[in-house]
Write a protein that binds this ligand. Sequence first.
Ligand code: FES
Length: 580
Amino acid sequence: MAFEPKPWPRRLRSQEWYSGTSRDTIYHRGWMKNQGHPHDLFDGRPIIGILNTWSDLTPCNGHLRELSEKVKAGIWEAGGFPVEVPVFSASENTFRPTAMMFRNLAALSIEEQMRGQPIDGAVLLVGCDKTTPSLLMAAASTDLPSIVVTGGPMLNGYFRGERVGSGTHLWKFSEAVKAGEMTQEEFLEAEESMSRSSGTCNTMGTASTMASMAEALGMALSGNAAIPAVDSRRRVMAQLSGRRIVQMVKDDLKPSDIMTKEAFENAIRTNGAIGGSTNAVIHLLAIAGRVGIDLGLDDWDRCGRDVATIVNLMPSGKYLMEEFFYAGGLPVVLKRLGEGGQLHRDALTVSGQSIWDEVKDVRNWNEDVILPLEKALTPQGGIAVLKGNLAPSGAVLKPSAASKHLLQHRGRAVVFEDIDDYKAKINDEALDIDETCVMVLKNCGPKGYPGMAEVGNMGLPPKVLRKGITDMVRISDARMSGTAYGTVILHTSPEAAAGGPLAVVRTGDMIEVDVEARRLHLDIPEAELAERLAAWKPSHERPESGYAWLHQEHVQGADTGADLDFLKGCRGSPVGKDAH
Ligand code: FES
């Protein structure tokens, strides 16, 4: 934490547009004045871009225009000049084929919006799953001072007296309908209870996980992750963040000062403690790649292995984000990690303080929500990285969401060549499958789907569900929603569409999973595996133009974060030539 603030005042990049008496300056400044800005606003004060992912079609972020008013208030108060900039909003529940395909496109467009416009710092106004990583990736690549403000989770849902967790209960209810335990009418009635306020998913799904990752990385003010969207303290957080970014610009406190290797290790351990989404693996690897930090799947296994999951939230546990906030939220978890020697206490945060200084005095107000170590949901909650001849570059599994009795398993593969094949076969009573089998789904990785959809937690066949069985081993190159659960092995790399071993698994092959030994093995002779791989040919058509083509040509494997190869790294924020 050896950060030295730069002297202030000094000339900022926005002055390349607005300072002086040249024709170009008068052109830039004059246009801005049509919004009623007085001349002295262009006197060299920090101009802060509020990068707003609001969209009517990203309902999780639907309240961000109101929240941005509080950010603006904070920026004005601190002597800055706020400018609100709408940016690409990749909604998890709307975009097809999958929002993940557009995370990199969003990051690319936002990076250029930051670099090409007269801003000195940015407030990243985010919420829904992909919005947080895409803006963090852009901020990392420009390295302009930036602070995350999250929209916050929804209030608890309730259906017939029971908590309803976003996504988690969608899977539960839909399986219950298939098993004949719930009627379609009841399912429709439950729909009304699922999203009862503004905000993001209220489980420890990907949105809450990524909000927690931003806070653990030090990129948000302490406490940002858990405050419900509609709580007045969310608006206070927005205003305080607006004040803070102005000082960050004056100090020149940049993402590269904050997102160090230690910060990523803090985030990985935090993910284990909160029982966070497997999607955090891909996003953190991609963000690290933008800052130039050497982070790999092995770091996930090494750092997360001995971290106990102590946050009792769905999908791993019982409660929702609202209760997490009342219990004290992420600062309590970070304090617990710090006390247990599992936090780099000196890691710098956007506040200018160390992460430990931010959390050392907090208290846990509900030990049933943030559990004592001896009552942890699982003593080893980090993401397990499995390797073997079926996943030479790795695959991931979330032990806290898996069934203990399946963590060591040998079973017969039942293969689905792609998601359409799965949908066509899964409800067929003649499908030769039982609960001891291993469901294998191919061609759903970054290139295969394309975009790596959240389909890895394939629903079980109805005939298995009717026996009361709720989990089976599932393996794919897909992702899984952070709100989902089960013994689901994901991100298998290299993916099938890139000719990885997953591509040549056949129904009837035996597969061995040993999570403790971190092993994923296709039990066929090595010579036969080599023969099958040599004979493999891509089975799916490739797009010939447009972004889909660009994505498929350049997307990297899940094991390195699935970024586009030409977007890795920090390109800074040099001010380009003036065209006028
Ligand atoms: Fe947007 Fe969950 S779908 S936050």
